[in-house]
Design a binder for this molecule. Structure first.
Ligand SMILES: Nc1nc(=O)c2c([nH]1)NC[C@@H]1CN(c3ccc(C(=O)N[C@@H](CCC(=O)O)C(=O)O)cc3)C=[N+]21
Length: 284
């Protein structure tokens, strides 16, 4: 058997078309959604991501404001910019691209963003809202994974989901979202002995570690759904995930490719959160 691939580019195209409709409705009422993206320094990968986010906004009719700051920017200066954007009614979402240079305390900066504009879902208020099941913004990558599961008609009730990786931006919120959908969730991490015992039991596996080739075919139950959140470069510099794609695709029922899987969905859910922020602001 060979897995069905879940095409994140095609699904993004569908979802972004729906978002563009919601944007036109908002714009017609004088509430065009706006996203501010703050880039500090010149990390080449960050430059590419930020450019992709701005381009995706333009395609969906979302106003975007890209602020580029030198790597020497002080924390106080960055906090002042966030205060100004919090007060700017044309901006509904604020994203500070991570990582930040060492003189800046990233958590402090995230906490300065108004929770109403925290479209990354990284603010402690957003994390708390997700934990207790209150309305708030969900982090874009796990939210995109959930959309992919919905798209293939995967009913999570009673399923066993195994998340590998416990980061605040992917693993932990992913586990909470799966739990909210009534899956039985196992959260594995670098100190989990014998990962395979857990993954072999899983109906759904989300790999979010950042280690190429981590998940191999012998670790996957036949027919399982495998979502690959990994973003690694192989020896040739080619982008690859955490999953041994060639091996796992012969065992899994569904599998996401890298690139073209979860990555584009992350940007789509950023747009979705921004539109939602604008809708909430318009209704307030
Ligand atoms: N505040 C903040 N929010 C973020 O959401 C955030 C961040 N900082 N810092 C960096 C990471 C990384 N990230 C990606 C999003 C999309 C792709 C993506 O679209 N990837 C394409 C390929 C891109 C390529 O070819 O290099 C794909 O997988 O098909 C990748 C990476 C968002 N991040």
């Amino acid at each position: 058997m060979t897995a069905h691939l879940i095409d994140g580019v095609a699904l993004s195209r569908q979802l972004r078309a729906d978002l563009a409709q919601r944007v036109s409705t908002l714009a017609a009422h004088g509430h065009r959604p706006g996203l501010a993206v703050l880039l500090v320094g010149e990390d080449p990968a960050s430059q590419v991501y930020v450019r992709n986010k701005v381009k995706a906004c333009a395609e969906a009719g979302i106003h975007s404001l890209l602020e580029r700051h030198p790597a020497s920017l002080s924390q106080a200066e960055l906090l002042a910019r966030i205060a100004a954007l919090n007060a700017d009614p044309s901006i509904h979402g604020i994203l500070v691209q991570l990582p930040l240079p060492p003189q800046i305390d990233a958590q402090r900066v995230i906490e300065a963003i108004s929770p109403a504009k925290d479209v990354d879902g990284f603010h402690i208020a957003s994390a708390g809202a997700l934990l207790v099941g209150q309305p708030g913004f969900w982090p874009c990558t796990p939210y995109g994974c959930l959309k992919m599961l919905e798209h293939i008609g995967c009913d999570l009730r009673g399923k066993h989901a195994v998340v590998i990786g416990r980061s605040n931006i992917v693993g932990k919120p992913m586990a909470l979202l799966l739990l909210q959908r009534d899956a039985t969730v196992t959260l594995c991490h670098s100190r989990t002995p014998d990962l395979k015992t857990h993954t072999r039991q899983a109906d759904v596996i989300v790999a979010a570690v950042g280690k190429a080739g981590l998940l191999t075919a012998d670790m996957v139950k036949p027919g399982a759904v495998v979502l690959d959140v990994g973003m690694n470069r192989d020896a040739a510099g080619k982008l690859c995930g955490d999953v041994d794609f060639a091996g796992v695709k012969e065992v899994a029922g569904y599998l996401t490719p890298v690139p073209g899987g979860v990555g584009p969905m992350t940007i789509t859910m950023l747009l979705s959160n921004t539109v939602q922020a604008a809708e909430r602001a318009a209704a307030a």
